[in-house]
Design a binder for this molecule. Structure first.
Ligand code: ATP
Length: 434
């Protein structure tokens, strides 16, 4: 369990423009969230870091971006229409539905307070249904994808034919997934619309263990780059009876969230289950022909599956800090500089001195050109400005004062130490380029 409170994170996110409740102005829509300017920036930084680590910096990975709407046969072949269910129960008094594994039958309904009102459990399919085209018959039924994975399996053959990669190779994708969760909860942790970052890594079945171990290490490395302390990340070796029937091994990577230890991402050995399903359903060969002329085979798959929201929540939890400055409580986000939504804030010491404002604008423009994510703030006194930036995790603040006009140096204030050092303007790009 983390000692950070969920309420502190939720209220910071709303107050400072990271995350708002979806459709809030109309009373909200449960399980949906909207990202504000800083939330978008943080989310993008996490996704870009992932893409860089798992696609751009490697030569065995291929990116794809498949359509969210897919032919319903995809979900029939993958087993989702039959089995992508959660057992649900309904309170017979107020009609509220709960995930059965979240219900304590010995206690009253948490919504209406009546006891012994739960009705018999039933299976609830989590896929959102829709229709494609003008007619709403079963023929043109489709689903919003509940995972990005199938968009990669359905493109395995395309990429194989276009690029003829050596095995092992992987497909990577980031994008939206939708699940009609029975009880969305814990902020963005369990949402109905969320984003995944997934890899399907195709291997020779003889080498799956080696590839699995390599991914395990790569995942830990990535989590370190997210700024997550090692002692808050836990591996759960999922026992056979809890694994999907096709999985020969699964590790859930858990994190100490404010609401408790819970799944951040999964790493699974999915055998050749998905490619065989496609082969059987379409009659099209999914075999890989080794370049050395040895016998063709259907590759097996290692799947690391990350959730963007759960990564972001872990990043915020790890970064949320409190201390005391000049006898006052301060809350700040100790984000790694490469993830911070704003890299540096620039401000003139006084906003009613045109010569300071002009010089500050010049420095602001120079930094904005270099870093992009630079904020201008001349609102309120300098102490208040620093506090606002601390709260959103800006690593550095640059202040232009009267000395700047004399010697072209500025004050650079460090978020974590609150130390202030004077630096020549000409050194700023190099100093802040971390
Ligand atoms: P859980 O057991 O918590 O429902 P899961 O095992 O069903 O999760 P997977 O199907 O393995 O999750 O999905 C891969 C990843 O996608 C998860 O590790 C998580 O990061 C993310 N994810 C899944 N469901 C949600 C959700 N409802 N909201 C946010 N992220 C999710």
């Amino acid at each position: 369990m983390s000692d950070v409170k969920l309420d502190d994170i939720v209220s910071l996110c709303k107050r400072r423009g990271f995350i708002y409740q979806g459709s809030e102005i109309y009373g909200g829509l449960a399980g949906t969230w909207d990202y504000g300017p800083l939330g978008v920036a943080l989310k993008r930084n996490i996704q870009n870091l992932w893409w860089k680590a798992f696609v751009e910096e490697r030569d065995d990975m291929y990116g794809v971006d498949a359509a969210i709407l897919m032919n319903k046969k995809v979900w029939e072949a993958s087993g989702h229409t039959e089995t992508f269910n959660d057992p649900a129960v309904e309170c017979g008094n107020c009609g509220t539905r709960f995930r059965e594994d979240h219900v304590d039958y010995t206690k009253p309904c948490p919504v209406c307070g009546k006891k012994d009102t739960y009705r018999q459990a039933y299976q609830f399919n989590l896929m959102f249904k829709t229709h494609v085209g003008a007619v709403t018959t079963d023929e043109n039924l489709s689903y919003l994808r509940p995972e990005t994975a199938q968009g990669m399996f359905t493109n395995y053959k395309n990429v194989l034919d276009s690029f003829y990669p050596d095995l092992p190779f992987g497909l990577a994708q980031q994008g939206k997934a939708f699940r009609n969760e029975i009880s969305p909860r814990d902020f963005v942790f369990r949402s109905r619309e969320f984003e995944q970052m997934e890899v399907e890594y195709f291997v020779n079945p003889n080498n799956w263990e080696e590839a699995f171990e390599k991914w395990r290490g790569d995942i830990h490395e990535f989590l370190k780059n997210l700024g997550l302390p090692e002692e808050k990340v836990h591996e759960l070796e999922v026992p056979e009876e809890d694994r999907a029937h096709y999985s020969k091994r699964t590790i859930d990577f858990e994190f100490d969230y404010p609401h408790g230890k819970a799944e951040l991402l999964g790493l699974a050995y999915r055998t050749n289950f998905d490619l065989m399903n496609i082969q059987n359903a379409t009659g099209k060969g999914m075999e890989y022909r080794p370049k050395d002329g040895s016998d063709p085979f259907v590759p097996h798959v290692i799947e690391p599956s990350f959730g963007v929201e759960r990564s972001l929540m872990a990043v915020l939890t790890a970064a949320y800090s409190e201390d005391e400055q000049n006898g006052e409580k301060r809350s700040y986000l100790k984000l790694p500089a490469h993830l911070a939504p704003v890299k540096v804030m620039v401000s003139p010491l006084l906003k009613n001195k045109p010569e300071l404002v002009e010089k500050a604008r010049e420095v602001y423009k120079m930094l904005k050109k270099e870093f992009g994510a630079v904020m201008w703030d001349d609102n309120g006194n300098i102490g208040k400005r620093y506090r606002r930036q601390d709260e959103i995790g800006t690593p550095y603040c640059v202040t232009i004062d009267f000395d700047t006009l004399e010697d072209n140096t500025v004050t650079v204030r460090n978020r974590d130490t609150t130390d202030q050092d004077r630096t020549p303007v000409d050194n700023l790009n190099a100093l802040l380029n971390v």
